[in-house]
Design a protein around this ligand. Sequence first.
Ligand code: URA
Length: 438
Amino acid sequence: MRPQEIIAKKRDGGELTDEEIGAFVDGVCDKSWADYQISALVMAMFIRRLSESEGEHLVRSMLYSGEVLDFSDIDKPKADKHSTGGVGDKTSLIIAPVVAACGVAVPMISGRGLGHTGGTLDKLESIPGYNVKLSANEFRNVIDKCGFAMAGQTADIAPADKKLYALRDATATVPYIPLIVASIMSKKLAEGLDALVLDVKTGSGAFMAELSDARELAKAMVKTGERFGVKTQAVISSMDQPLGKYVGNAVEVYECIKILRSEIEPAAMPTWKLSLELSARMLVLTGIEKSLESAKTACTAKLESGEALELFRRNIECQGGDPSVCDDPEKLLDGSIHKFDILAESNGFVSAIDTLAIGNAMCELGGGRTKADDKVDHAVGFTSDVKIGSEIRFGDPVGTVLCRDKVQFDSVENKLRSAYTISRDKPVQVGLILEVIS
Ligand code: URA
C-alpha cells in the first residue's frame, strides 16, 4: 500500500481501513514513510476527522507498534494515573507512594515538561542522583522492591507516538481529540494496567482551556480504556490557578516531600486534596477499597503513619537518588538562588490567574522547555500563597520568583504581576474537582 494512496483517500474524506491505518503506523516505525508523508496524513486526519472505528484502530496500531508490559505475575492489582498537564501539577509524586502503600503496584511511565506544563521526570531529576532512565528489567525490579517505579518511556513503548507527536507539534495538528487519545492511551495501555485514573485539566493553564473540550477528551479516553479492558475513570480538575504552592522542579518535589511528611502548608492543601481524590479512585477501581470514603481514609492513614514517605525513600534509593531529602527536604533547595517578590499594585480580591503566563514565565527562567532537547534549570521556580478569592492590598506580595539574578527577574516581573487580576468584588470560588467521568 503506497503512502500516497492512503493520504489521498483521507484527503478526499474517505474512511481508512484497519490495514491502511496499520500500514501508516508501520511506516512511521520502520521509517518507510517520509516525515512529509506522515505530516500530510496527520493533517488530512485533522481536517477530514476520524470515525470512531478509525480512532480505535489508530490506538490499537500505535499500542502494538511496541512492547506491552506484562506484570501479570505481580500478585497485586496494577494501576496508574495520567494527567493531561498543568502548572504546579505534581500529584504523581504523592499518588505513587500512597497508592503503593495501600497494596497496588504502580508502574508509572511519565513524561518531561514541554511548553508551559511541567513534567514528572524533570521534577524527579532534581533529587540528586535520581535515575529515570530504567530498562524494562530495572523498572520491574524497582516495582518489586517498593511497589512503584517512575521512569521515562523506553524506545520500545508505543514507538510510533514519539515521531508522530514531534511532527504534530511542528505542524499544528496536536489539538484534535482522536489524535490526543491515540497518543496518550497507546502509552498508558502499554503499561499492563488493571486500572487507570485520568486527571484531565481545564482552565487558564490547561491544554484544554474549555470545560466542554476537557469533558469530550475525558469521555473519549475513558471509552478507549474500557474498550481495551482497563477500568478507566477521569476526573476533570481546575487549572485556573497553579496547583499548590510551588511551581518549578526542585520546589515541587520539596512541596511533595513536605506533604508526605504531613507538614502541609495551607497553600499546598489543594495538591494533597487532588492527590487524595485520584489515589482513592485508583483504590476503588482496583477493588482494594469498596467506597471512595473508605479509600480516602486508607490513603490518609498511609500518609499520617509515614508509610507512604518510607516507600518514597525506598524508591529514591532503588532509583539511585539521595534518600536523605526525605529527612531534610530543604536539601533540595539551591542556596545560591535569589528571591524577588512580585508586589500587588492595587487593593482588592484576586479574581483570575493567568496560569499559562505563569507556566511560560517559568519556561523563560529555564525551569521548562520550549524544545524537547532544552536543558532544564531545576532550581528556579515560583511560589505563591495567593489563590483566586484571596484578599490583597497594594504592596503585598502575590508571589516570589526564585531565579539566578535580577536580570532574570526583570524579564518576568511584569508578566507575573499581570497574571494576577485584582478586582474590587470578591469572586465566586472555583472548585478544584469539577467533574468525574466514568
Ligand atoms: N500529551 C500526549 O502525550 N499526547 C498528546 O497528543 C497531547 C498531550
